[in-house]
Write a protein that binds this ligand. Structure first.
Ligand code: SF4
Length: 329
């Protein structure tokens, strides 16, 4: 048992897809089962920098998926970011001690500007400050990150160091917990799996829907004919086999290279395995969804637990800020 406190946030994106599952949810469950004190937050305030649409529905669907996949509200705190408004107050304090240059140089800001050039809002620039508040409000000691997210966490650490330097050692500098966040490509085999690109496969999809989507997956472009051998290492279908088909993966590797198996049969194996893998999940999701108030009860319980941590932190933060004396005074 580690016992360390972990914080992770995810934007409300509704029903989750294979990319969300392999990249985040699976890890949420693992950390919870490894004995970390896990706090999982639906970061609706961050989502608003892109869109205000359907935040309630998207939240409920995502949390249902988390729970059906094994995130257990008895073991983990699951809550919505905006339901603990202290985070906004802390973000404001942070914004007054954060040089603008720190924000503008972050790669994510540039990416966001490229992604939504018509909506370059103030929140988009400041969102790493809010993220720093998310993490530190709950005094998280570790934050699971992929290598590409490391600059965000380093930013948070810088803000914490600056705050503690100015006001005293109040906040915890979080450590990165580098986890295996595989880049999961969509069925187009080119872009990261994403709902907005409609190249995703939902984990709650029916076996028929899974089959349909898997059959649309792009394979090794060199394999233009059944008799031409393929290269599993460049085929996205094979990447999924590595996770979902432990029994067949060696056979597929061999048979693909010798044209012993065709792509259609290969995909049939994959769609069956994905479907079997998520069968218990679908069953559980259906049970959970039969009680429409369940998700909201879980989030309310999570809010209370999160708020009690947040209130303690904020009492210390306010005391530190408002008791500051002039330098040398
Ligand atoms: Fe990809 Fe399978 Fe076709 Fe080989 S046989 S190219 S692994 S889909």
């Amino acid at each position: 048992m580690s016992g360390k406190r972990v914080f992770s946030g995810a934007r409300p994106t509704g029903k989750q897809h294979l990319g969300n599952y392999l990249g985040a949810i699976r890890n949420y469950v693992n950390l919870q089962e490894q004995g970390y004190e896990t706090i999982y937050c639906v970061v609706d305030l961050h989502a608003m920098t892109t869109s205000f649409e359907n935040l309630r529905e998207l939240t409920a669907e995502m949390v249902l998926d988390w729970m059906a996949a094994g995130v257990d509200p008895e073991k983990s705190i699951i809550f919505v970011q905006s339901s603990v408004p202290e985070v906004i107050e802390l973000a404001w304090y942070f914004s007054t001690i954060t040089p603008l240059g720190w924000l503008l140089r972050l790669p994510t800001f540039k990416e966001k500007v490229r992604a939504q050039p018509d909506n370059v809002n103030y929140g988009l620039v400041g969102y790493p400050v809010l993220m720093a508040a998310d993490i530190t409000l709950y005094k998280a000691e570790v934050v699971p990150v992929g290598v590409d997210q490391a600059p965000h966490l380093e930013f948070t650490r810088e803000v914490v160091r600056r705050f503690n330097h100015l006001f005293g050692p109040v906040l915890v500098e979080p450590q990165a917990l580098y986890t295996d966040f595989p880049k999961v490509l969509g069925i187009d085999g080119v872009n990261k799996m994403s709902k907005s690109l409609n190249n995703h496969i939902e984990i709650s999809a029916s076996p028929e829907e899974i089959h349909q989507r898997v059959m649309m997956m792009v394979t090794d472009p060199q394999r233009t004919h059944r008799h031409i051998p393929g290269r599993p290492e460049v085929c996205n279908v094979f990447s999924f086999h590595k996770f979902f088909s432990p029994k067949e993966v060696e056979m597929i590797d061999r048979e693909c290279r010798t044209a012993g198996i065709g792509c259609v049969d290969c995909k049939k194996i994959l769609s069956r395995n994905i479907s079997d893998y998520f069968a218990p999940f679908r069953q559980k999701r259906q049970e959970l969804a039969s009680d429409p108030s369940l998700v909201w009860d879980v989030l309310e319980d999570g809010r209370k637990r999160a708020k009690s941590i947040a209130e303690k932190t904020m009492a210390e933060v306010r005391e530190a800020i408002y008791s500051k004396k002039p330098a040398g005074g």
